[in-house]
Design a protein around this ligand. Sequence first.
Ligand SMILES: Cc1cc2nc3c(=O)[nH]c(=O)nc-3n(C[C@H](O)[C@H](O)[C@H](O)COP(=O)(O)O)c2cc1C
Length: 319
Amino acid sequence: MLHYEPKDLSVPEVHKLLLGGVAPRPIALVSTISKDGINNLSPFSFFNAFGANPPVVAFSPSRRGRDASLKDTYNNLIATKECVIQSVTHSMVEQVSLASAEFPPEYDEFIKSGLTPIDSDIVKPKRVKESPFQMECKVLEVKSFGDGGASANIAICEILKFHVAEDLFTDGIIDPVKIDLVARMSGDFYSRAKEGVLIVEKPIGKKCIGYDQIPLHIRQSEIYSANDLGKFGNSESIPSDKEVKDFIAKISEEKIDNFEEGVEEFLGYQRLADHKKMLKSALMIRENQKKNIEFAVKVALQNNDTDFAWRAALYAELL
Ligand SMILES: Cc1cc2nc3c(=O)[nH]c(=O)nc-3n(C[C@H](O)[C@H](O)[C@H](O)COP(=O)(O)O)c2cc1C
């Protein structure tokens, strides 16, 4: 590991560490209006949501690194106490990047970026038509930390109205593939969220056994990854010996369509991620039986069949 105290680094070095390690960051595309009525639009990735009652979001239009001057967004927030924050989708990311260019305060960045302004219902700043998720906000507080270059000015905002495209939803939640958001990482790197979507079951509301209750032989296996063990720890109980034996007996006797035994076949089922056929053939192959069963367990966990995985993993230890 490398170890740093911020006081021993230059400000750009600290900034670079933050951009790389605190990532991917959601991007707030913030629309404000000056006291003279000029629209401003800029992206900010030091941004997140912090509560739902009342709904509160915050972002930081920091002082410019170059000369510690204040950004137009900050000045507008202080002057008018309103903004609209929109989420940034893949289809608009280049125009959003364009909106981050430093245009003088008298330039309207809607015009410069080519994004389309539409009226808001409650606040004066415009909404961005191209974004499918828009939040009209009032500024609750702006908290500043320092007055040097790149120092934070955290604008804490209450959401007064959400505007959400209706085709974003699947089963009542915003579908990450449909919304197709992008996030900011280090340097020029962005992340397209829908390309890395994965499902991690929530432990909330369940009485998980926890990592420490996973039998030692499972924890010490060379086959299971830390994430595999995390899934075991997320279970509510461990199957009994009888449940394990009944399960193995059932799998051994069961007739499965298109099943063939043999080492080659086992490897084929592994390629197809068919954990049931993998286990059935592993039970028939004497060589490397424990390892083969553990491979079937791993695939069962990847397929989110945790009950199957538990029973097979406990059986592997009996061998
Ligand atoms: C994706 C992205 C994220 C950004 N995040 C921030 C940020 O969190 N804070 C900040 O001060 N500047 C951030 N910037 C830079 C500002 O957008 C840029 O300084 C802009 O010119 C500010 O405009 P303004 O002076 O009109 O407010 C970001 C730029 C991009 C492209």
